[in-house]
Write a protein that binds this ligand. Structure first.
Ligand code: SF4
Length: 326
């Protein structure tokens, strides 16, 4: 790495997930470019997603497109949205299968992050096409459940000029002295400030914390009082379920402290001056399940533990590039 370069720090919930699930994963994610020998391979791996992530991003894209259509007065049927899911999944699966992200395959002027690179293809998992069809079906159900719902009709009936954001555009703001970033799925202030998070998976323990963090984003971006902001986690599958709440003052303070403490822990591990980050300060996770789905398993010594594990139905690929089905 060029030691004179300043590495910007910006906290986000996903960065915290990397940090909490495996410090070594966080190391590879954040300091990928400090090792001249491996930095391009690490950049490649940093761009990897999974079928579950692909399903989530496609559903979010189709909902955002549908909201934009509604905003300009066009109706989108559930079937049209489901067809968009199919088309996007097919396109992204082909990108990944044909390695369109690779510099020798992608059009000039494009970046590899513009193309899908699936972990299941990269590491040669079996049954990927069959599993992709299952995820496509779930994704279609997600958009059908939403667009056929009363909730969708209520959203469409709100004043569109009061919609603040309809997709996952990043918002940057500071908590204390720390820079943070939040990507809000949908926010409007028709009747009352409202932030909605679309969920394609099961409810998680952190969902509520994440929404409270988003209320802080609403406060810093639009001046919304967090305790008066309606927060909604909308679970789209297997059926539409909504968790709605307004955070208490104590919750807002708890999340503020959580973010600042998380920033402090991460920054304690930052190298000073022109030094390189010390990999030994970023231990391997003890939870081998994380390794099975880790994008860095092709380079990380921790993944070798999968070879003796019942959690490793696919084994470990030593040279990721060679594992790709041509
Ligand atoms: S392979 Fe396992 S130990 Fe290594 S970075 Fe990934 S999750 Fe962490």
């Amino acid at each position: 790495m060029n030691g004179e370069k300043t590495r910007e720090f910006r906290w986000s919930f996903s960065l915290r997930t990397h940090f909490e699930s495996c410090r070594r994963h966080y190391f590879y994610h954040r300091f990928w470019d400090q090792d001249p020998e491996n930095k391009w391979k690490l950049l490649e791996m940093r761009n990897i997603s999974t079928l579950v992530m692909l399903r989530g991003s496609v559903v979010h894209e189709v909902i955002a497109e549908s909201l934009r259509a509604v905003k300009v007065g066009n109706e989108v049927s559930a079937e049209q949205a489901a067809d968009r899911v199919t088309a996007k999944m097919r396109k992204k699966m082909r990108e990944s299968y044909y390695k369109m992200w690779h510099i020798s395959n992608r059009p000039p002027g494009t970046r590899q992050s513009q193309f899908t690179n699936l972990l299941e293809h990269y590491y040669g998992f079996p049954d990927t096409e069959e599993r992709a069809r299952e995820h496509r079906d779930i994704a279609q159900s997600c958009v059908r459940n939403l667009l056929d719902s009363d909730m969708w009709r209520e959203i469409a009936a709100t004043n569109h000029s009061l919609w603040q954001t309809v997709d996952d555009k990043p918002f940057f703001f500071e908590i204390g002295k720390y820079k943070t970033c939040a990507k809000l799925d949908f926010a409007h202030c028709d009747n009352e400030p409202t932030i909605i998070d679309w969920k394609t998976g099961h409810a998680g323990a952190e969902d509520r914390l994440q929404l409270v963090f988003y209320s802080l984003c609403g406060e810093h971006t639009w001046g919304w009082e967090p305790t008066k902001t309606k927060l909604m986690a909308v679970y789209l599958y297997p059926k539409l379920e909504v968790q709605l709440f307004r955070p208490s003052r104590e919750e807002v303070e708890e999340v503020t402290q959580l973010v600042m403490e998380s920033c402090r822990q991460m920054l304690l591990l930052e190298p000073s001056g022109n030094e390189l980050a010390d990999i030994n300060r970023f231990p391997l996770t003890q939870d081998i399940w994380n390794c099975r789905w880790c994008r860095f398993q092709g380079i990380c010594e921790g993944a070798k533990r999968l070879a003796d594990s019942v959690e490793a139905p696919y084994g470990v690929v030593e040279d990721a590039s060679e594992a790709y089905p041509e």
